[in-house]
Design a binder for this molecule. Structure first.
Ligand SMILES: Nc1ncnc2c1ncn2[C@@H]1O[C@H](COP(=O)(O)OP(=O)(O)OP(=O)(O)O)[C@@H](O)[C@H]1O
Ligand SMILES: O=C(O)C1=C[C@@H](O)[C@@H](O)[C@H](O)C1
Ligand SMILES: [Mg+2]
Length: 181
C-alpha cells in the first residue's frame, strides 16, 4: 500500500493532521522531524545550533530517503523537506502527496506559541515566512497530488476533506485507467 505524505510550510498542520489521519485510517504515523530527533538524540533547535541548517538538511535527507521506502504509513514531513531535488523525487515515488496550504497569517498565529522552529527565531518571522513561501510554494505544488486549504478549518475537517479528495482522485484514476485499456 502506498504511503500518504503531507507537505507544506511550518504551521500548516502536517504533524497534527497527519496524526489524526493515521488514526482514522488505522495506519502507523511517522514524522520526519521526530525521526531526525530520535536518530540524532537531540532536538531540532540543538541540531541547528551545533551543525547549522546544512547539518540538519543532511540528516533530513537521510531520514526522508528511509521513510519514503516504508509501506502504508502516514508521513508528516518538515517544512523544508521539498528543498532538495532528491527529496522531492523520493517523496513523489514514496506515495500520494498532500500539500497542506496555509496563509502566512495563519502560520504566524499557529507557530507563535512555541520556540521549536529555529528559522522563526528571527526579528521578523513574518518576513521569513513570506520569503520561504515564495521559494517553496512552487515546490510543494510540483509534487502534490492534491492541494488542501487549511485556513479557518479545524483539523478534523481538514482530515475529512483529504479523505474525500483522495477517494475522488482514486476514482478518477481508475476510471481513466479503464478508459485507456
Ligand atoms: N487546521 C488547523 N486549525 C487550527 N490550528 C491548527 C490547524 N492545524 C494545526 N493547528 C495548530 O497549529 C500548530 C502547528 O501545527 P503543526 O505542528 O501540526 O504544524 P506542522 O505543519 O507540523 O509544522 P512544522 O513544519 O514546523 O513541523 C499546532 O499548535 C496545531 O494544533
Ligand atoms: O520549514 C523548515 O525549514 C523547517 C520546518 C520544521 O518542520 C523543521 O523541519 C525545521 O524547523 C525546519
Ligand atoms: Mg511538524
Amino acid at each position: 500500500m502506498q504511503n500518504l505524505i503531507l507537505v507544506g510550510p511550518m504551521g500548516a498542520g502536517k504533524s497534527t493532521i497527519g496524526r489524526l489521519l493515521a488514526k482514522e485510517l488505522r495506519l502507523p504515523f511517522k514524522d520526519s522531524d521526530k525521526e531526525i530527533e530520535q536518530r540524532t538524540g537531540a532536538s531540532i533547535p540543538l541540531i541547528f545550533d551545533v551543525e547549522g541548517e546544512g547539518g540538519f538538511r543532511e540528516r533530513e535527507h537521510a531520514a526522508i530517503a528511509d521513510l519514503c521506502l516504508l509501506n502504508g504509513v502516514v508521513l508528516a514531513t518538515g517544512g523544508g523537506a521539498v528543498l532538495q531535488e532528491d527529496n522531492r523525487r523520493a517523496l513523489r515515488s514514496g506515495g500520494q502527496v498532500v500539500y497542506l496550504c496555509t496563509s502566512v497569517d495563519q502560520q504566524l498565529e499557529r507557530t507563535s506559541r512555541d520556540r521549536n522552529r529555529p528559522l522563526l527565531q528571527a526579528a521578523d518571522p513574518r518576513a521569513v515566512l513570506e520569503t520561504l513561501m515564495a521559494v517553496r510554494d512552487p515546490l510543494y505544488r510540483e509534487i502534490a497530488d492534491i492541494v488542501v486549504e487549511t485556513d479557518e478549518r479545524p483539523p478534523r475537517l481538514v482530515v475529512m476533506e483529504i479523505l474525500e479528495r483522495l477517494q475522488a482522485l482514486r476514482h478518477r484514476e481508475s476510471r481513466d485507467g479503464t478508459a485507456l485499456s
